[in-house]
Design a protein around this ligand. Structure first.
Ligand code: PLP
Length: 408
């Protein structure tokens, strides 16, 4: 088992003092901090290898291309995909979903068709489908969420019709941390020949993902949520789907031949990577995945489970608090509200205590509407959070309650 306190040393930002004291970073679902090895890799790349990829025959360009393509292989292994051609570099989860909404939408969505999402999606996995449906005269259907925030999965069979063309859902809710039964959903969908896209933005940092075991057709995530740079993301697509899809963005680096009359496109993945890719971001993603692999998911999961269980236990001792998504199959975050205290007021005070959490709708307004609330306070954890962070979080919450409601 790795010494997690030692791992904290890997993240230079955690040594910073804010308001004259160490801070507690609990906004990891929004973005994670970066370990020194990733920062070093970015600096090394720019100081020794920087050059545009796939374009030049000179030494630097070949080295940069090799680094980029080696990052693709690292991601392939990380997701256990069959082939590197199934791994497309994008700018992030949002970008990946938009690419599929455009390309899949162009080829396979027609008037009267149906797309299914869930009531707990991040706007990134909701609006692209909503816009596509509006463009094509298709219908967006939603798997509802119950009072606990769990998907009402029995409804899926009712929602699926002969017109259902795609199901797109999140693996882990970015508000509740609830894990959805994606394997079961993929099985059901495939029994009707419906492809499934899984939004893995909140999954990949917490547990291993095997796209073959999931049997999903598309899987997307963002590098910045697993310790890599911002502006790099992944779109995994099964080869047979990527072959069928035409690109929706056009430019350099994605063609076989261009003539005045006609253009023919490169094969996947390059046909989906128009323009200069974030190649330095890809290198940082490789470094981040290697960092995770060196620690090992079994240690990461054991540690995160310990801190999460500790937090759940401590939250039980708190009064006048509502926790959303209070079910057993969840990870990574706790979303809550304090009685009679607006989440923004709470977070402003918590900030001054050096505890950094996120408040608001978390880009999941349909879910907020379902709960009848304006927003929540969300404390989200990463591998460098420890029990002491939970103690400080709880102290900070009590402080808010004391300041805002004298009677508590
Ligand atoms: N999907 C989920 C579940 C998320 O949590 C997020 C970000 O918080 C996104 C999509 C969007 O990710 P990005 O902004 O990196 O594209």
């Amino acid at each position: 088992m790795n010494d997690i306190n030692h791992l904290r040393e890997d993240f230079p930002i955690l040594k910073r003092l804010i308001y004259g004291k160490p801070f507690v970073y609990l906004d990891n679902a929004a973005t994670t901090q970066k370990p020194q090895v990733v920062l070093d890799k970015i600096l090394e790349f720019y100081t020794t290898q920087n050059s545009n990829i796939h374009r030049g025959v000179h030494y630097l360009s070949e080295e940069a291309t090799a680094a980029y393509e080696s990052a693709r292989e690292t991601v392939r292994k990380f997701l256990n995909a069959d082939d590197v051609s199934e791994i497309i570099f994008t700018h992030g989860t949002t970008d990946s979903i938009n690419i599929i909404a455009d390309s899949f939408g162009q080829a396979f969505i027609n008037q009267g068709d149906e797309i299914i999402v869930t009531g707990m999606e991040h706007h990134s996995n909701f609006i692209p489908w909503q816009m596509l449906c509006k463009r094509k005269g298709a219908m967006l259907k939603v798997i509802p969420v119950d009072d606990n925030g769990t998907l009402v999965i029995d409804k899926l069979n009712e929602l699926i019709t002969q017109k259902t063309r795609l199901i797109s859902l999140t693996y882990v809710s970015n508000v509740l941390g609830i894990l959805n039964p994606v394997v079961e959903i993929v099985k059901t969908a495939h029994s009707f020949d419906i492809p499934v896209l899984i939004d893995g933005a909140q999954a990949v940092q917490h547990f291993p993902v095997d796209v073959k075991a999931l049997d999903c057709d598309f899987f997307v995530f963002s590098g910045h949520k697993i310790f890599a740079e911002t502006g790099i993301g992944i779109l995994y697509g099964k080869q047979n789907w990527l072959e069928k899809l035409a690109p929706s963005r056009f430019g350099g680096g994605m063609v076989k031949k261009v003539e005045i009359e006609e253009t023919s496109f490169a094969d996947a993945p390059l046909k989906f990577e128009a323009g200069t890719s974030n190649f330095a971001g890809a290198v940082s993603l490789k470094a981040a995945i290697e960092y995770i692999n060196n620690i090992g998911f079994s240690d990461i999961m054991a540690h995160e489970q310990d801190v999460f269980d500790y937090a759940v236990g401590k939250f039980k001792e708190l009064e006048k608090i509502t926790i959303y998504g209070n079910v057993s199959n969840r990870c990574g975050m706790l979303s809550f509200n304090l009685d009679k205290i607006h989440p923004y007021d709470a977070a402003l005070i918590m900030d001054k205590t050096g505890v950094f959490v996120r408040t608001g709708t978390h880009c999941a307004e349909p879910l907020m509407k379902h709960f009848g609330i304006d927003g929540t306070i969300r404390a989200s954890f990463a591998l460098y959070n420890i029990r002491d962070d939970v103690d400080k979080l709880v102290e900070s919450i009590k402080r808010v309650q004391k300041i805002m409601c004298a009677e508590i």
